[in-house]
Every structure is written in C-alpha cells, then in structure tokens.
Design a protein around this ligand. Sequence first.
Ligand code: ZN
Ligand code: FE
Length: 252
Amino acid sequence: MTLLAVPALSDNYVWLLADEAGNAVAVDPGQAAPVQAALARTGWRLRAILLTHHHGDHIGGANELAAATGARVHAPQDPRIAHADLRVTDGLHIDIDASSLAFDVIATPGHTTSHVAYFGHEALFCGDTLFSVGCGRLFEGSAAQMLASLDRLAALPASTRICCGHEYTLANCAFARGIEPHNAALAEREARVRALRARGEPSLPVTLGEELACNPFLRVDAPAIVASLGGTCRVERFAQLRQRKDEFRMAP
Ligand code: ZN
Ligand code: FE
C-alpha cells in the first residue's frame, strides 16, 4: 500500500491510497487537477472517491474527477452532497471494486452532523474531525458529540496513520504549547514539524500513538490538562478547550 498526501487549495490535503497493483482511492478531492496530476505521475488508476463531509474544500473536485476516471463516489447521507454512487453509514464495511482496498466507515459528528471517517490498511482518513495536535471546529455538532467522535478514533490501534484534511499542525502546536507547556512529546513533535514544513513537506501522516501523547483534544483527562482547565467534567473541559482554540491567535 502506498499513501500520498496531495496538496490542494490553500492548506487542504487530498489523500491517495494505492494497492500493490496501482488501484487507488482519493479522499476529499477539493480540487480535481492536483489529483489528476498525481495520478498521471504515479500511473495509478482511481477506483473510488471517499468523501468525509459536505464542505466545498473537500468535495469541490469530486464530480470532475469521477467523470474523468470512472471512480465511484462514496459519501455520507447528506443532501448537501448532491451526487454519490454509494451512501455510507456508521459501521459499513466497503470493498473498493477492482482493488484490494477496503474500509470501515465511522460516523464522526461534530464538525458537521453527517461527517464520517474511513479506516483501513492502518490508515484513518478523518477529514476535519481530528487534526494533528488539534480537532475540527464545531460548526454543527455539540462538544459532547465531537468528544464522543474523537473517543472512538482514539480507540483505534496506536499504529494507525492519521490522515487529516488540512495542514494546520504548526498553528495547533502553538496553541497546545500554551495549554500543556511541559509536555515533552509535544515539544518534540513541534520541532519535527517545523523542520518538515521548512523543507515544504507535509506534517502528515502522524501515528495515533503520537497524537495521544501531544494532542490536547485527545488528552482532556491528562492531569496537566485537568489542572490547566480546572476540575470540570470532561465534556466541559473539551468545550472550554475548543472555545479557547477558536479565540486563539498566533503571535505575529
Ligand atoms: Zn470542513
Ligand atoms: Fe476543511
């Protein structure tokens, strides 16, 4: 299996995963052109498009890409995604035609109500639910819903490669540092990400194990975070953390 992060728009990634025979899926193609260029470069045949949620920066290129390649579009049940060949729901196992690729669908409401993630081949395609050292904004769901979604993702194997929809890691590290200033794993992650970004490389994928050590949104029960946010219940702590992040601005 080969995993490739294709940069699109300003800070999105379209993820490509290909099997040994060169059959591939594309996750959240906000744009078609960079994906088509990657397919031309690799020689991979696109068999399916997996969509996590209805936002334009994740679905904008899906129809064009489907028309050009014949790939089948998989999407959650949401009328705001007008076209799909297959509607996916929580717990569904999908086998991708003409490939050895298969995924399990995990409903992850919070960023939007119909958001889903796709898990397979030790990779998690989680759209705007889980970011490295961060999580998505609560546009439609509640803090309790988002926390429950993150709890489900956090229970996957620690070796899972987290493939997020955006390159937000450095800004997320700056925020997380303020919440957990003495977290050594976080400081290491930030230093590594800084070096990767300086070379123009993605900070992703990252393993779930690493995220559990440095992502504050997965650490609402860690003593340092409980101390930093006060002794409220975990949903309240999560809501408070999310609100602080919404208000956070990086120093110029
Ligand atoms: Zn989004
Ligand atoms: Fe997005």
